[in-house]
Design a protein around this ligand. Structure first.
Ligand SMILES: O=P(O)(O)O[C@H]1[C@H](OP(=O)(O)O)[C@@H](OP(=O)(O)O)[C@H](O)[C@@H](O)[C@H]1OP(=O)(O)O
Length: 435
C-alpha cells in the first residue's frame, strides 16, 4: 500500500515540476539586453613571421539600467490604478510589489552602466591588453572616443583602466564626441533615417508579425480581474514593456523575480517581436531596404582611414570607439558579416538568420587585429565579441586576410553607395539617401 502512495506522490511531484518548468527559467530570451559572455578563446596562430602591431575597435557600452523610466512608470501607473479599483488578481498585486522593488533599484540610474556593465568593459579591455602585449609595448598611442551619452564614456573609462595602469597616461588619449556625431551616432543625424525610424514600413511589418498570436492576453488575464481592463492594443504594449523590465533585471543584477509572470512560450513570442523590430529598424532589414546599414558608411570610412594611418604612423597602437547597439548593428551589417547581414522578406525566417543576442548583446565589440612581418606585408583578422570570424572575402590563411584585399573590398562597398559629396562629413551623413 505504502509503495502505491509513494508512486502517486512521485507522479504528482513530477507533474508539478513539469507544470512549473513551463514558466520561464531565469534569464532566457534576453535579446539585446543579453549579458556579454566572457571568452576563453584559443586563437589561431599567426602565419610565420607575423606579429600584431595595431587594433581597430568598435564596442557597445556595457550592461546598463533601463534607458529611461518611460516603460516602468507606465506599467506602475496601470497597476496602481487597477489596484485602487480592486481590479488586480493576487498575482497582479504581487506584480505591483515586484515592479516597485525594481523601480527602487533603477531610480536615479536610468541609462547608466550597472556594476555588471563596468566589470564587463573592464574585462574586455584587460583581455585586449593581455592578449596583445606586442601592440601595447613602449609608449605607443591609444586613441579612444565615446559618444556624448554617459554610459559610453563610463565604458571607455572602465575599458582603459588596465592600459592606464600599465602604460603612460600621456599615451592614452580620450575624447567625447559632440551630440552631432556622423561616425558613432549617424542614426540620429541622417534625415532620411529619422523619417524611416518614425514612419517606415517596417512598423506595419512588425505589427502584422505581432498579430500572429494573442498570447499576450493570457498574461493580462492572469494580472487583471476583468478582461476589458486593457484594450488588446494596450495589453500588447503593457506586456511588451513588462518583457523589457524582465530582460533588464539581469543587466543590473537585481532579479526581482519577473520571470514568474511569463511562460517560456510567452517569452519566445516577445523576444521574436523585439528581434524582428531590431532587424527591420536597425539591422539588415528587408530585401533592398539598405538605409539602416548604409548610414554607417562614415564609420567604415573611419575604420579604413585610421587603419591606413596606423600602418604608416608606427606610433599608434589602437583606435577604440565606444557607442551603442544602434551603432554596432548597422555597422556589422554593412561589413557583410555572415550572421549579421542577411536580408529577407520572410518575417517568420528572421529569427533563423539574425539573432539580436548574437549580433548585439551588452558589450558587443568588433576588433580588427593587424599583423606585419619584416617585409612589411600586412595581415588582418576580425574578432566579434573576441571570437575569430571571417571577412566576407576569400583567403588561404583564414582567419587571417591580406589587408589590401580587405581594404579594396570595403572601398568598393563605400563606392557602390554613390555618396553625394558635401563640404563636411556631417552633411554627407545628414543628407545621404540610400540608392
Ligand atoms: O527600448 P530600449 O530602451 O531597449 O531601446 C534603447 C536602446 O537599447 P536596445 O533596445 O538597442 O538594447 C538603446 O541602445 P543602447 O545600445 O544605447 O542600449 C538606445 O540608446 C535607446 O535610445 C533606446 O533605443 P530606441 O530605439 O531609441 O528605443
Amino acid at each position: 500500500m505504502g509503495g502505491e502512495i509513494m508512486k502517486i506522490i512521485k507522479c504528482l511531484f513530477l507533474f508539478l515540476l513539469m507544470y512549473l518548468s513551463n514558466f520561464a527559467q531565469d534569464n532566457n530570451f534576453l535579446g539585446s539586453q543579453t549579458l556579454y559572455v566572457k571568452v576563453d578563446e584559443n586563437y589561431t596562430k599567426a602565419p610565420e613571421g607575423f606579429t600584431p602591431f595595431y587594433i581597430n575597435h568598435l564596442g557597445r557600452h556595457g550592461a546598463r539600467y533601463l534607458s529611461s523610466s518611460k516603460s516602468i512608470d507606465k506599467i506602475l501607473n496601470e497597476l496602481i490604478e487597477a489596484s485602487e479599483r480592486k481590479e488586480l488578481t493576487p498575482l497582479g498585486e504581487e506584480l505591483l510589489k515586484d515592479v516597485l522593488q525594481l523601480k527602487n533599484s533603477e531610480e536615479g540610474k536610468y541609462g547608466l552602466l550597472s556594476q555588471i556593465g563596468k566589470d564587463m568593459e573592464f574585462g574586455i579591455g584587460k583581455r585586449m591588453y593581455k592578449n596583445y602585449p606586442q601592440v601595447f609595448k613602449e609608449n605607443r598611442e591609444i586613441l579612444a572616443e565615446a559618444t556624448y551619452v554617459k554610459r559610453t564614456q563610463e565604458s571607455m573609462n572602465e575599458f582603459l583602466k588596465t592600459f592606464k595602469e600599465n602604460i603612460s597616461e600621456d599615451n592614452v588619449k580620450t575624447k567625447i564626441n559632440e551630440k552631432v556625431d556622423p561616425i558613432l551616432r549617424f542614426f540620429d543625424l541622417n534625415l532620411e533615417y529619422i523619417e524611416f525610424k518614425e514612419n517606415g514600413d517596417w512598423k506595419t511589418m512588425l505589427n502584422s508579425f505581432q498579430n500572429r498570436s494573442k498570447i499576450y492576453l493570457e498574461i493580462t488575464n492572469r494580472i487583471f480581474k476583468s478582461k476589458d481592463m486593457l484594450s488588446a492594443k494596450n495589453s500588447l504594449k503593457f506586456t511588451t514593456d513588462l518583457y523589457g523590465l524582465y530582460t533588464n533585471q539581469y543587466d543590473i543584477g537585481e532579479n526581482v523575480g519577473l520571470s514568474k509572470y511569463f511562460t517560456q512560450e510567452e517569452l519566445k513570442y516577445f523576444w521574436a517581436n523585439k528581434n524582428l523590430s531590431m532587424y527591420l529598424e536597425k539591422g539588415p532589414s528587408s530585401v533592398g531596404q539598405n538605409l539602416p546599414m548604409d548610414i554607417s558608411f562614415a564609420l567604415l570610412e573611419d575604420f579604413l582611414s585610421t587603419s591606413e594611418n596606423a600602418i604608416k604612423n608606427e606610433n599608434i597602437a589602437a583606435n577604440l570607439r565606444f557607442a551603442h547597439a544602434e551603432t554596432v548593428i548597422p555597422f556589422a551589417s554593412l561589413l557583410k558579416i555572415d550572421f549579421a547581414s542577411k536580408q529577407t522578406n520572410d518575417l517568420n525566417n528572421v529569427e533563423n538568420i539574425w539573432k539580436d543576442y548574437e549580433v548585439s548583446p551588452m558589450g558587443v565589440n568588433i576588433q580588427w587585429i593587424f599583423y606585419k612581418n619584416e617585409k612589411n606585408d600586412i595581415l588582418v583578422k576580425m574578432l566579434y565579441n573576441e571570437k575569430e570570424i571571417n571577412f566576407p572575402i576569400e583567403s588561404n590563411m583564414k582567419p587571417y586576410y591580406k589587408w589590401d584585399d580587405v581594404r579594396k573590398y570595403y572601398e568598393k562597398v563605400i563606392n557602390d553607395l554613390k555618396i553625394k559629396k558635401y563640404d563636411t562629413i556631417i552633411d554627407e551623413v545628414k543628407y545621404f539617401k540610400a540608392s
